[in-house]
Design a protein around this ligand. Structure first.
Ligand code: IMP
Ligand code: MG
Length: 176
């Protein structure tokens, strides 16, 4: 049942299809390889949980956390809060993010992880926001689920001030 004030953009079946397609692409691209999924906390944990269960490959999982929007305010300086627990040197790494807006967060994470000398480093995002603020071209995401308009998106792990993560669908908050 839709939560009051949230307009649905993608229902669970549409999200499921997008996640399944990405899992298929990863299985195809990394057949026979050892991969490490590095999920960006907190928003990507729901996407990552669904994605890993759709993979035929056996992927290791780790997480990274950086500070980003605390609520709806503009993004400030990006700061590393938690590094992946294990070494990614020489590993095939796929960064798993919930949503890309300006791209600053993923650009920061890519640079930070690249310095650890992984064998390869790909970017995967469930959602990409079409906006003029974007500094990360869509083509730099090897794996992308769905494109959203320039609105404040919530649900399926994505929050607004820590709320709305539990929604099984993706929507946007009206009057935001
Ligand atoms: P960036 O602008 O691409 O750096 O995005 C900054 C962070 O804010 C990302 O890690 C996203 O998780 C989060 N974010 C960006 N857009 C939205 C949104 O529409 N709703 C909720 N979180 C968002
Ligand atoms: Mg985030």
């Amino acid at each position: 049942m839709p939560v009051h004030g949230v307009t649905k953009l993608f229902d669970p079946a549409q999200i499921d299809a997008a996640v399944a397609r990405i899992a298929h692409e990863i299985d195809r691209d990394y057949a026979g390889e050892d991969i490490v999924l590095v999920g960006c906390l907190t928003g990507a944990f729901v996407f990552m949980a669904d994605l890993m269960r759709k993979l035929d490959l056996d992927a290791e999982c780790d997480f990274i956390k950086v500070s980003s929007y605390e609520d709806q305010t503009l993004p400030g300086e990006i700061k590393l809060e938690m590094d992946p627990a294990r070494s990614i040197a020489g590993r095939h790494v796929i960064v798993v993010e919930d949503i890309v807006d300006t791209g600053q967060t993923l650009t920061f994470i890519r640079k930070h992880l690249a310095a650890k000398k992984p064998a390869s480093l790909d970017l995967c995002a469930l959602l990409y926001k079409e906006s003029e603020r974007s500094t990360l071209p869509r083509a730099e995401l090897r794996y992308l689920g769905l494109v959203v308009p320039d609105v404040f998106v919530v649900g399926y792990g994505v929050d607004r001030a820590q709320k709305f993560r539990t929604l099984p669908y993706v929507g946007y908050v009206e009057s935001s």
